[in-house]
Design a protein around this ligand. Structure first.
Ligand code: ASP
Length: 437
């Protein structure tokens, strides 16, 4: 049995956190491969090392000295090393990195040094080997992960180390330069390592005890989701519920390796299990979670006899395509078609798009209704179960909330409702409390 563990920045922010991490790793002999983030925040106004590194990059660009900024970074690591009482001298590394930054090293290289150095510290503290991610994580020229090469070469490297720490967040381009994933990308590295070593489980250690059934900023004390499928997670994270990097599920998903979200500060908590599938009768609640977002508009297009006009939808969507806009939903009737779009992309082109749709489709009217919030009610427990929709709509109606749009995915995994933004929080609560007692 092999477990791959990833620790986020707050789990490795100072020596106290390092000690918790070491205790977690040592608690089980299967915990053999560890992916580390850069030191994160120790308190709310603190600055993550990754951000301090990005600052150095900016200073060099502005032809300013990085002496003070880089000294702060050295101090972060030296503080951890001293407090842990380990024999590790990172000075040669600091000198090399600082020199590279001053000589205009790439932005990604600079940002990646946070995880590089932190992984050296962790490896030294727990007595594991250090494997540089640039040895085994490869990107293609177009910037996407070279999945095959990575899997092949990383597997071979890991086979030669029974216990190792691997820095998260970055890999190497075909020309040898360092490239990072997007922010929070150490989650992806963890998943890639888990796949390469064919881990039995990928434990993602963070500072919360799992994924919550609803956003705690909107719903008071929501429960933790004990088990969620990859598909459900995709639906919820699309709507903004995040517990790890969205792309981190892909590498493990192919192999069906479960991900367990755990809390470094409460290791006794079981956390959330993210799995390929679960027997649908094994659900505690009908819904797994509810999540939503504000900032949508509905473009409502009316035209008599639209329904019998071949190519009408295509024309509308082509207009959106011309402005590089994806649509979210397409609820339609006989003489109306509505397109739900996000305001961020749509509003800058609003007038032009309405005009183009009018011209292209010869519609009778095109109206835009802004201020829409979308709520996704997600749950494998809804599949084939009767009465969920009626409970859902009744709960929303009893909350005195008008539903502006409804869309149920054909997988029956989710129901999307659109409400006015001012009703958003009220609707989330009504739904949550209807299904979670
Ligand atoms: N340190 C990087 C960031 O702050 C990557 C990570 O923590 O996953 O985004």
């Amino acid at each position: 049995m092999v477990k791959v563990l990833k620790f986020g920045g707050s789990s490795l922010a100072d020596a106290e956190q390092f000690k918790k991490v070491a205790a977690i790793i040592k608690a089980e002999p299967e915990r053999r491969y560890v992916v580390a983030s850069a030191p994160g925040k120790r308190f709310s106004e603190d600055i993550k090392v990754t951000d301090m590194l990005y600052d150095c990059y900016k200073l060099v660009k502005a032809n300013q000295s990085i002496d003070d900024a880089f000294a702060l970074i050295e101090n972060r690591y030296n503080g951890i090393i001293n407090d842990l009482g380990i024999e590790l001298d990172l000075q040669p590394e600091f000198d090399r990195i600082k020199n590279a930054i001053v000589h205009h090293a790439g932005r990604d290289y600079i940002a990646s040094r946070g995880e590089y150095l932190n992984s050296m510290v962790l490896a030294s503290f727990i007595g594991y080997d250090f494997i540089d991610a640039e040895e085994g994580i490869f990107f293609k020229d177009n910037g996407t992960l070279d999945t095959e090469k990575t899997n092949e070469e990383l597997s071979a490297i890991l086979e030669n180390h029974t216990h190792a720490v691997i820095p998260g967040f970055y890999g190497v381009m075909p020309n040898g330069t360092i490239k990072t994933f997007s922010r929070g990308g150490s989650d992806i590295t963890g998943s890639i390592v888990a796949r390469a070593i064919k881990a039995d489980i990928y434990e993602n250690w963070t500072d919360v005890s799992g994924m919550l059934m609803a956003d705690p900023r909107c719903v008071k004390d929501p429960k933790v989701i004990p088990v969620i499928t990859y598909a459900e997670l995709r639906e919820l994270s699309y709507m903004g519920a995040t517990v790890m990097h969205e792309d981190a599920i892909f590498p493990v998903r192919e192999m069906g390796i479960p991900i367990n979200i755990r809390n470094t500060n409460a290791p006794e908590d079981a956390g959330t299990m993210i799995v390929a599938s679960v027997e649908s009768n094994k659900v505690d609640t009908i819904i797994t979670g509810v999540a939503g977002k504000t900032g949508f508009s509905v473009i409502a297009i009316e035209k008599d006899m639209m329904n019998s006009e071949v190519g009408f939808g295509k024309n509308v969507l082509e207009v959106l395509e011309n402005y590089n806009i994806c649509f979210e939903h397409l609820p339609s009737g006989i003489d109306t078609m509505s397109v739900v779009v996000n305001d961020h992309d749509f509003l800058p082109h609003r007038i032009a798009i309405v005009n183009d749709i009018m011209k292209r489709t010869k519609a009778d009217a095109v109206n835009v209704y802004g201020g829409i919030a979308l709520i996704a009610v997600v749950g494998r427990g809804m599949t084939g179960s009767k009465g969920t929709a009626s409970r859902l709509f009744k709960a929303i109606a009893e909350g005195d909330i008008n539903i502006r749009m409804i869309d149920q995915g054909s997988s029956e995994l989710n129901i999307i409702v659109g409400v006015a933004e001012e009703d958003y929080v009220k609707a989330l609560n009504a739904i949550y409390h209807e299904f979670v007692k």
